[in-house]
Design a protein around this ligand. Structure first.
Ligand SMILES: [Zn+2]
Length: 369
């Protein structure tokens, strides 16, 4: 331990950064709180140590030493996160600039950078304790959505025709740990971020797939991406969606059962599904094949069985892999998918009208699961 220095002074900050940088470079789990404690720094001092000093802001070499460079310092991110968990701000119509201003950010960032760093402004849901926060605008949209869907599908049996679909991204960590990558608003709240499951270090490998599930129905996993590199995001392209999913998987369903036997729920957030514009390759395919489909509600994991049916924390332990071959990784993902209990999914589907009414009754708040 270095003594004779004041808290938060430069050598100590450098050691904190160096420690984290080393662990990250080795693919080891990083428990920031424990590291701060070791150097006798408080949480805010620790995060301050991770922020970029003004004198080094334009120094690319300095950036390189902290792993993945990020324009927004950890302490600034932390300040913004605190606001996004604060129920008082549920009534405020925050936009990205407003959030940055409220948080008193040290650096100027544009909305795009803020969005990329923070994930979403729409909601927060704690993967540990299920506490949630939903933005005013998001709540209004969710209520509108729930009202509209209840009008079209008022009864449980209406929902038995829906096939809920989307991308699943599996991450593999050390010691046979496996997780599903959280959605943009799924994080850990202040009270839970020090609990063991929250300190997932980093993925050693990732596997990306598309899946659909519904009442008495579970698709095969469609592995549309060969990359397993942990830095690869695996976001599906529209070409892949049209070719590998719609043409190769959904078309046979249509041929087998006809256009009236199921309705595909697609992910509004997935660019590949074509929801961002009226005319594109995916939309044209769906129109040409008379596929019955609609888009899910933005920022609403509570309304999606692909998000709600997993083990707590969206993490579980699998038999440690002896090799990291594509085949082994894909099999582990298939096993996880197979472990989803169909009976439970069926029950979940039958509760859909009740769930939507709960969204309306709670002014758009997240329905616990
Ligand atoms: Zn929590």
């Amino acid at each position: 331990m270095v003594s004779g220095y004041k808290h938060g002074d430069t050598p100590k900050r450098a050691m904190v950064r160096g420690t984290i940088s080393y662990l990250e470079s080795q693919g080891l789990p990083v428990n920031k709180s424990a590291i701060f404690r070791h150097f006798e720094l408080s949480r805010s001092q620790g995060y301050a140590a991770l922020s970029i000093p003004a004198s080094k802001r334009n120094n690319p070499e300095w950036e390189e030493t902290r792993g993945r460079p990020n324009k927004i310092s950890e302490s600034d991110q932390h300040k913004m996160e605190q606001i996004l968990w604060d129920e008082r701000y549920e009534e405020v119509n925050l936009n990205w600039n407003g959030l940055a201003k409220e948080a008193g950010l040290e650096t100027d960032c544009n909305a795009r950078t803020l969005h990329r760093t923070m994930g979403t402004l729409g909601y927060r849901r704690c993967l540990g304790c299920s506490r949630s926060w939903v933005h005013k605008k998001t709540r209004e949209k969710r209520v509108e959505y729930a009202e509209r869907m209840l009008e079209v599908y008022p009864q449980p049996h209406n929902w038995r025709f829906i096939r809920f679909s989307g991308e699943l991204h599996f991450g593999f960590g050390l010691d046979g740990k496996m997780r599903l990558l959280p959605r943009p608003g799924e994080k850990y709240c202040e009270g839970c971020k020090d609990q063991p499951p929250a300190d997932w270090g980093r993925d050693i490998r990732r596997v990306h797939c598309w899946a659909a599930i519904g009442y008495g129905f579970k698709s095969e996993l469609v592995f549309y991406d060969d990359q397993t590199n942990p830095n690869h995001t695996g976001v599906m392209s529209m070409t892949d969606y049209t070719g590998k999913v719609l043409d190769r998987v959904v078309k046979p369903w249509l041929e087998l059962s006809g256009t009236n036997q199921f309705i595909l729920e697609e992910d509004i957030e997935a660019f590949a599904h074509g929801g961002a514009s009226k005319s594109n390759m995916a939309q044209e395919w769906k129109a040409a094949h008379e596929l019955k489909c609609y888009f899910n509600c933005l920022d609403s994991p509570d309304l999606n069985p692909l998000d709600t049916q997993w083990p707590p924390h969206k993490q579980w332990t699998v038999e440690p892999l002896t090799d990291w071959s594509d085949a082994k990784l894909r099999q582990a993902a298939r096993d996880a998918w197979a472990s989803l209990d169909q009976e439970r999914v069926n029950m979940w589907v039958d509760f859909m009208p009740q769930r939507l009414r709960q969204v309306i009754d709670s002014q758009g708040r997240m329905v616990p699961w």
